[in-house]
Design a protein around this ligand. Structure first.
Ligand SMILES: [Zn+2]
Length: 233
């Protein structure tokens, strides 16, 4: 199995790894820093470097580990350098963390509001909320709060928790996504005393790193889906 280094440290930009399996469409490595996508956060871009550079075209889950999709050329036992497109990834981490603050503020202002969808891009990010309405001036108030909180420099920390404990914390049930029963150990992302989520994605280490965000737009996507789109200024 591939050791997944980004789960505990999202700031690894470049590492050495060993090719453990070669498949028709790519390679499996002993460890990786590449995020394969999920939870609304897109997959990483980057390179696998040996005597030549292989552009990583995507990822495939495999029972022996994550397949990094690249063209042929590498062999089992090759020592390679993994290098992620850090500018792209860091922007996703900032947007992702901003969405946590957004959902925390909305939950605080409009009691028990569920998040019904979300997506993260390089240049923007959005969340859908189970609200009857979410007008532009309401959204702007929320964004102002997010900016105030992010400046307070809250630490973002990662921990791991068994399912029984996760189920006892109501704040962890904020999204409507049902977590598969097969998962017994959860990764928990805590932002100071502001937010706590069961979450496999990648975040910045402090809310100050998010910088200032702005409201891009609000959309009514139907019942239970009032959409707020933000972007980092
Ligand atoms: Zn997250």
């Amino acid at each position: 199995m591939t050791e997944i280094l980004y789960l505990e440290n999202a700031y690894l930009k470049e590492i050495e790894a060993i090719v453990t399996h070669v498949l028709d469409n790519g390679v499996i490595l002993d460890k990786t820093i590449f995020y394969p996508g999920g939870g609304g956060q897109p997959e990483d871009k980057g390179l696998i470097i040996s005597d030549k550079e292989y552009s990583v075209k995507g990822f495939d889950k495999n029972n022996r580990g994550m397949v990094h999709l690249i063209e042929k050329g590498l062999s089992v036992g090759d020592i390679v350098t993994l290098k992620i497109d850090w500018e792209y990834r860091y922007q996703l981490m900032r947007h992702h963390t901003a969405l946590h603050l957004l959902s925390a503020v909305v939950n605080d202002k409009f009691e028990n509001t569920k998040v019904t969808g979300g997506n993260i891009h390089f240049d923007r990010a959005r969340l859908d909320f189970d609200l009857l309405e979410f007008k532009k001036d309401m959204a702007q108030t929320v964004i102002d709060d997010v900016n105030r909180i992010s400046k307070e420099d809250h630490e973002v920390s990662i921990s791991f928790m068994p399912r029984e404990e996760v189920e006892k914390i109501p704040e962890l049930q904020r999204t409507t996504v049902v977590l598969p029963a097969s998962i017994t150990q959860f990764r928990i992302v805590t932002i100071g005393n502001v937010d706590i989520q069961a979450d496999g994605g990648l975040h910045v280490a402090s809310t100050r790193e998010i910088g200032e965000i702005k409201l891009v737009k609000t959309d009514n996507k139907g019942k239970g889906r009032k959409r707020v789109t933000i972007s980092i200024v």
